[in-house]
Design a binder for this molecule. Structure first.
Ligand code: HEM
Length: 419
C-alpha cells in the first residue's frame, strides 16, 4: 500500500516476501528521524543513526560487549537475583491484597533494574528516588517517541509545536543528560574491576577511531535503557494474559518446567533450551501480539529503488505490517486461536530469516537486543509459572484490547490472582 501523510511518502507491506526484500535491502537501511527522536538524542544512538560507519561501529561494539552470548551468560546471576526479588515482591503484595497482583508494575521495575545492571552495572533500591526518576524519564521518553506528531509530516508545524512535543523534549533532555553523565563520571572515578566491566566501562575504554565523546556515549547508553525496559515487560505481560485465559496451556507448561527442573529449587538458564513448550508459548505470544506490530522503527529509502516491481523514490518511509502478517489466514491456520502447539509441529524461527514471524525485524537493522530480550522473557516466564498459579479474578476479566504506543501494549493492565 502506498499513500502520503502530509509531505511524507509512505509504503506499508503485509506480504512476507515483500517484507523480506524490504528489510534485507541496503537501500532501506536508514530510518526516518522523527522530530522527537532527534530532540531526545537518538540521532547519535544505534536505532536512528544514519546507515554508515558511525552506526556500523556502534553495532559492532554493542554486539561484542553487550549482546554476545558470552556477555548475556555472564549476566545470568544478576538476572536470576532480580527475578527472585520480583517473585518475592509479588508474593508479599499478593499476600496483602487478597492474592491480586497488577503484574505490569512488578515486570517493569524488574526490567528496568535488569537492564540497568547490564548497562550501568548497578541497580537502584526499589522505591528509591533515583529509581522513580529513571522510570519516569523512560516513561516520558516512550510517550514522546511513540506519539504521532503532525510536525513530522507537515514541516510548517515544526516551529509551532502544536502538540507540545518539542517543549516536553526540551524539559526531558537535560534531566536525562545529567542523570547519565553522573553515572559516566562515577565510572571514571571508581575502580570497577572487582565487579567486572559493565557497558559504561566498555564505552569508556574505547580508543582511536572508536572513541566516543560524552554526548554520544549518553545517547547510546540512554537508548539501551530506554529500549531494553518496556519491550521485555510488555511481552511478558501478554504471555501471562494468554496463560491466564488458557489454564490448560499453563498447566502443560508447568509440567514441562517441573520435569526439566527436577529436584532443583530453581530454573537455571541452561534449562531453558530444553523447554520446547515454553519456547512455543513465547513464539505464539509474539505471533498473536507482536510488540512492534508495524515494526515500529520504520525504514527509509536511501536512494530511488525498485521494490516488488514498483518504483520507490528516495526518502520514502517504509513499514512492515507484522501484525497483519501474523494474523493472515492464508499463512496461519486459525490465526485467532492461541495455540503454542503450532510451533511444535513446524519450526519457525524468530531471528528474521522467516518473515512469517519476524517480531525483531530482519536484515542489517534487525534488533540487536533479541537474544538478551528473549533470555529475560524465557527465564521470567519459566520461574513465574514454576512458582505461581495465575488465575482470572472475576472482578478483573482479562481484556486483550491492544493499544499501539511505541510498542503494542495491553490497554487495560493485567490484574490476576496468584496462588
Ligand atoms: C521483546 C523484546 C524486543 C522486541 C520485540 C524488539 C523489537 C525490535 C524491532 C522490531 C526493531 C526494528 C528492527 C528492524 O528495523 O528490522 C528493533 C530494533 C532495535 N532494538 Fe529491539 N526489541 C526488543 C528488545 C530489545 C532490547 C532488550 C534491546 C537492548 C537492550 C533492544 C535494542 C534495539 C536497538 C538498539 C534497535 C535498533 C537497531 C538498529 O537500528 O540498528 N531491543 N527492536
Amino acid at each position: 500500500m502506498a499513500f502520503s501523510l502530509g509531505n511524507t511518502r509512505m509504503i506499508i507491506t503485509s506480504k512476507p516476501e515483500v517484507a523480506r526484500e524490504l528489510l534485507n535491502s541496503s537501500e532501506f537501511a536508514d530510518r526516518p528521524l522523527k522530530q522527537s527522536a532527534q530532540q531526545l538524542l537518538f540521532g547519535r544512538a544505534i536505532g536512528f543513526a544514519p546507515y554508515g560507519d558511525y552506526w556500523r561501529n556502534l553495532r559492532r561494539i554493542a554486539s561484542n560487549y553487550l549482546f554476545s552470548p558470552r556477555q548475556i551468560a555472564a549476566h545470568e546471576p544478576s538476572r536470576q537475583a532480580e527475578t527472585s526479588r520480583m517473585i518475592e515482591a509479588m508474593s508479599t503484595f499478593a499476600a496483602d491484597n487478597h492474592g491480586l497482583v497488577r503484574v505490569r508494575d512488578f515486570l517493569q521495575r524488574a526490567s528496568l533494574n535488569n537492564i540497568m545492571q547490564t548497562v550501568f552495572g548497578r541497580r537502584f533500591e526499589d522505591g528509591s528516588e533515583n529509581a522513580a526518576q529513571l522510570s519516569e524519564m523512560v516513561r516520558e521518553g516512550f510517550e514522546l517517541l511513540g506519539a504521532f506528531n503532525w510536525a513530522d509530516h507537515l514541516p510548517a508545524l515544526k516551529a509551532v509545536d502544536p502538540q507540545n512535543i518539542l517543549q516536553r523534549c526540551a524539559v526531558l533532555v537535560p534531566r536525562v543528560t545529567s542523570f547519565v553523565q553522573n553515572i559516566i563520571d562515577e565510572h571514571r572515578q571508581l575502580d570497577n574491576k572487582a565487579a567486572g566491566p559493565d557497558f559504561v566501562d566498555v564505552l569508556l575504554s574505547l580508543d582511536g577511531e572508536d572513541k566516543l565523546n560524552d554526548s554520544d556515549m549518553i545517547a547510546v547508553l540512554w537508548e539501551m535503557i530506554f529500549r531494553g525496559t518496556d519491550t521485555v515487560a510488555l511481552l511478558t505481560e501478554w504471555i501471562l494474559a494468554e496463560l491466564v485465559l488458557h489454564p490448560e496451556i499453563q498447566s502443560k507448561l508447568r509440567e514441562e518446567i517441573a520435569s526439566v527442573v527436577g529436584g532443583k529449587s530453581e530454573v537455571a538458564e541452561s534449562d531453558l533450551h530444553k523447554m520446547v513448550y515454553l519456547q512455543a508459548v513465547v513464539k505464539e505470544t509474539l505471533r498473536m501480539h507482536p510488540p512492534g506490530p508495524l515494526l515500529s522503527w520504520a525504514r527509509l529509502a536511501i536512494h530511488d529503488v525498485t521494490l516488488a516491481g514498483h518504483h520507490v523514490p528516495a526518502g520514502t518511509t517504509a513499514m512492515v505490517n507484522m501484525w497483519s502478517i501474523t494474523h493472515d489466514s492464508s499463512i496461519w491456520t486459525e490465526p485467532e486461536k492461541f495455540s503454542p502447539e503450532r510451533f511444535l509441529e513446524q519450526d519457525v524461527d524468530v531471528k528474521g530469516t522467516d518473515l512469517r514471524l519476524a517480531p525483531f525485524g530482519a536484515g542489517r537493522r534487525v534488533c540487536p537486543g533479541r537474544a538478551l530480550g528473549l533470555a529475560t522473557v524465557l527465564l521470567w516466564t519459566a520461574r513465574l509459572v514454576h512458582k505461581f498459579e495465575f488465575q482470572v479474578d472475576p472482578a478483573h476479566p482479562v481484556d486483550l484490547t491492544e493499544v499501539l504506543k511505541l510498542s503494542s501494549e495491553m490497554a487495560a493492565p493485567l490484574v490476576v490472582k496468584v496462588r
